[in-house]
Design a protein around this ligand. Structure first.
Ligand SMILES: [Zn+2]
Length: 421
């Protein structure tokens, strides 16, 4: 048989395989998931209880039960990647390093804010108060919040890039959010690299008591952190449903607790005998570390509160889109918030990003919906993963906050610089 005929025949077979083996089944699957999700959203429409936003699973994978959501198919994913190829100087990163250092100052973290005693600046001592027990609470047993004491405790917050922050509560409870200490997302050679240096290495971070992970995207959970704090004594990973299985299977991690939306964990400590609650709350996002495992585990936001206080001291926003009644519902159930750390970047182009990421205007909406006293805008200035100018999230958020008269309480921090609340 002539070579051209063999080539033509192989091409025909390949076309048949891709059409009938991949494209048709995938398109039918995506169409079915989309229809079923919309049907489920319509069914829940008039429900005004938390049942409206309980996790939705279709064909064994999680989906978003929000009207504002639109399913992202692999077609949309790749169309956007192709459009990106035609963008020049994406993110507008200056070539001049000195200019970059001025635009993005990086501080060596001290983890606590310093106090001035007789003109000498001293860092506060971090008290050792390891966790004694963590128990899962009955979701529907939560009584109405009767505590009336507003939190007067100190919060020292250090932003380390993307949604990774180190939070020290009352000089004792150490919380790390969405840990990320590598300079790349996929591999050192391939994929996005950090545009700003890490403020410190992972060894410099005080050992956290709890690590809150909002979802498993590589820019919210890196391998180095997984290996560093796998089965470390006095460290507990708190993760959304399904992610624990991933930790156990891939890293043999046993020191974790999995929470579904509206589930809570009760934490008691050994030395100071404190009690804290971590509430897992819904987010509009997705999950996956590769094309094949998308939505196998859940995504979420977290609230953290000390027993006896009316206010949650922390809301960890991770990565989420805006849902008009969701954050009001979270506040109605769990109370006001002292500090909300919210993502404010990765929103361009809006046609593609809106169902999964909030923009600065929506950050301010969430601040109002949650009755958050303070907001720190994060999830920008770390990698270029979207179309906006890399400093635009900060500039827009701070402009809007000024306009609304809340500039003292809503802004973007500098990397590594500890803020006190
Ligand atoms: Zn994400």
């Amino acid at each position: 048989m002539p070579r051209t005929t063999v080539f033509r025949k192989s091409l025909k077979i390949l076309r048949h395989i891709s059409l009938y083996g991949i494209i048709f089944p995938y398109t039918s699957y995506a169409f079915y998931v989309s229809l079923k999700t919309n049907w489920e959203i319509t069914k829940r429409k008039d429900d005004h209880t938390i049942l409206k936003y309980t996790p939705l699973k279709i064909c064994g994978r999680y989906e978003n039960p929000f009207e504002e959501y639109r399913i992202q198919t692999v077609y949309e994913f790749f169309i956007n990647r192709i459009i990106e190829l035609f963008e020049t100087n994406r993110g507008g990163i200056p070539i001049d390093q000195a200019r970059m250092n001025t635009l993005m100052p990086i501080h060596k973290p001290t983890w606590t804010t310093t106090t001035s005693v007789n003109g000498v600046n001293t860092s506060k001592e971090i008290l050792s108060d390891p966790i004694d027990s963590i128990t899962l609470m009955d979701t529907f047993a939560l009584s109405k919040n009767k505590d009336s004491t507003r939190s007067t405790a100190n919060l020292d917050v250090t932003w380390l890039g993307q949604s990774c922050s180190f939070i020290l509560y009352n000089n004792s409870l150490k919380i790390l959010t969405d840990p990320l200490f590598t300079n790349f997302l996929i591999s050192p050679k391939f994929g996005p690299k950090r545009i700003t240096k890490l403020p410190c290495s992972i060894e410099d971070v005080p050992q956290p008591d709890i690590i809150l992970v909002s979802h498993n995207h590589p820019d919210h959970l890196d391998e180095l952190s997984l290996k560093t704090w796998a089965n470390k004594e006095n460290v507990t990973w708190i993760v959304p449903k399904g992610l624990g299985t991933f930790l156990k299977k891939n890293y043999d991690i046993k020191n974790y607790i999995e929470l579904s939306w509206w589930q809570s964990a009760k934490i008691t400590t050994k030395n100071l005998h404190k009690t804290y609650f971590v509430h897992c709350t819904p987010a509009m996002h997705w999950s996956g570390r590769s094309l094949l495992d998308s939505n196998e585990s859940l995504w979420c936001t977290f609230l953290v509160k000390e027993q006896g206080c009316s206010q949650n001291f922390l809301f960890h926003g991770g990565d989420t889109g805006y849902v008009k009644d969701l954050f009001k519902m979270i506040r109605a159930r769990y109370g006001d918030v002292k500090l909300a750390i919210l993502p404010c970047g990765q929103y361009c182009p809006q046609w593609h990003q809106k169902p999964r990421h909030i923009n600065p205007t929506e950050v301010l909406n969430i601040m109002k919906d949650l009755h958050a006293q303070n907001v720190l805008g994060v999830h920008w200035g770390t990698f270029v993963l979207s179309g906006e100018y890399f400093r635009e999230p900060k500039e827009k958020l701070e402009f809007l906050a000024e306009w609304e008269g809340v500039s003292q309480n809503c802004y973007c921090p500098e990397l590594g610089n500890t803020q006190q609340f």
